[in-house]
Design a protein around this ligand. Structure first.
Ligand code: NAD
Ligand code: MG
Length: 381
């Protein structure tokens, strides 16, 4: 059970909800970080009184230092400061709520300090899952998933003594805002259309990933790494209501699921209290008020990102880092309205074709593959 937490990416969707949970559970906060939003980080720091507040943007960090000059909170700027926040000695738990591959080095640094990792930053596991999980084993650090599907699976696996008893994991997928459309229609969708998720309010990058189904593809890889299972044992089913958060099918045919209202504060809370549970002030799930629960097959032709992610998962090595780097770059271009929606899978596929995959990669190989994939996207956009 966590007592003192540091949050990397405190001003984002997961970061803010983590602070809600910290307040409800009475947790202490050791360090808070964000990219550039000094105003919001100042308000959070005044309320939660961390020892350290970090902004990766140097100019914004200077502004924050002025704003917090009347407090004893230490303020640091720059990417290296993110590492410092990750290893802040007071914290027993680090919540990785930054978006993108920038979370990788701080996650590894926190693991080396044996901190519990409440892991929201899925891009880290997608790019370097093997390295991260091996480091966690070596240092004896606990990795507890925050992503709702992986938390559901984690909960359904409590009491599973032998992982060989798992037949498969079934990840549920809302289908996103363009579910049921034909490919041609999907191609015309704009930034504003993509940012309208039916069930969840999240940061812009993951919201676009939900619209392309790349998010589910990244989650397939995340599940393979967290639970050390091959692609054949991780499947995806469309479930529009986002009430069944995911399922585990065991070899005797039993299927266990975790249900709940779509509220990230539940998986965040469980990552803090595990292996225990604590009271939750949120409205409980009312089964009698639920819409009918439906399940369907995802369409990999209309949403090729899911197929591209599964292909990268199958290939292994740096293939997932290439996929992820290309996707981060392409989604950035789409959010800046420089490319269209169907350019995202096109550019990811082109980057995968352009960058050679290396097996058994080191951290340096992974970082190089990420950079090469981003360059390949920029060259073709
Ligand atoms: P967000 O965009 O709302 O917040 C991102 C946070 O990271 C912000 O605090 C921002 O300041 C910080 N950040 C962004 N770029 C940075 C950089 N280059 N260096 C340092 N800090 C940086 O994102 P989010 O929706 O909260 O998602 C965070 C992570 O959690 C993502 O990996 C996402 O896939 C995962 N996740 C989110 C949800 C959700 O409901 N939002 C659910 C499951 C998983
Ligand atoms: Mg998820």
């Amino acid at each position: 059970m966590s007592k003192t937490i540091s949050i990397l990416g405190a001003t984002g969707s997961i970061g803010r909800q983590t602070l809600d949970v910290a307040e409800q559970l009475g947790l202490r906060v050791a360090a808070l970080t964000a990219n550039s939003n000094a105003e919001r980080l100042e308000a959070q720091a005044r309320k939660f009184r961390p020892r350290l507040a970090v902004l990766t943007d140097e100019a914004a960090a200077k502004d924050l230092a002025v704003r917090l000059a009347d407090t004893d909170i230490r303020v640091l700027g720059g990417p290296e400061a993110l590492l410092e926040a990750a290893v802040c000695p007071e914290a027993d738990t680090v919540v990785t709520a930054v978006v993108g591959m920038v979370g990788l080095k701080p996650t590894l640094a926190a693991i080396r300090e044996k901190k519990r990792i409440a892991l929201a930053n899925k891009e880290t596991l997608v790019c370097a899952g093997q390295l991260v999980m091996d480091a966690a084993d070596t240092y004896g650090a606990e990795i507890v998933p925050v992503d709702s599907e992986h938390s559901a699976i984690f909960q359904c696996l409590q009491g599973c003594a032998d992982r060989r008893e798992i037949k498969r994991l079934i990840l549920t997928c809302s289908g996103g805002p363009f579910y049921g459309m034909m490919a041609e229609e999907v191609g015309k969708m704009t930034r504003a259309d993509a940012l309208c998720h039916p069930n969840w309010t999240m940061g812009p990058k993951i919201t676009v990933d939900c619209a392309t189904l790349m998010n589910k593809g990244l989650e397939v890889i995340e599940a393979m790494r967290l639970y050390r299972l091959p692609l054949e044992q991780v499947s995806v089913v469309i479930h529009r209501q986002s009430i069944v958060h995911s399922l585990v099918e065991y070899r005797d045919g039993a299927v266990l699921a975790q249900l709940g209202t779509p509220d990230m504060r539940l998986p965040i809370r469980y990552a803090m209290t595990w292996p225990h549970r604590a009271d939750n002030p949120a409205e409980p799930l009312d089964l009698l008020a639920c819409p009918p629960l439906t399940f369907a097959q995802p369409d990999r032709d209309v949403f090729p990102c899911l197929r591209l992610a599964e292909e990268a998962a199958e290939e292994g090595g740096t293939a997932c880092a290439i996929l992820n780097g290309a996707n981060e770059e392409a989604v950035g271009l789409f959010l800046a309205e420089k490319i269209g929606f169907s350019d995202i899978p096109r550019l990811v596929e082109a980057a995968r074709a352009a960058v050679a995959v290396q097996q058994d990669p080191s951290l340096e190989d992974i970082l190089a593959a990420d950079q090469a994939a981003r360059q390949a996207v920029l060259a073709r956009a």
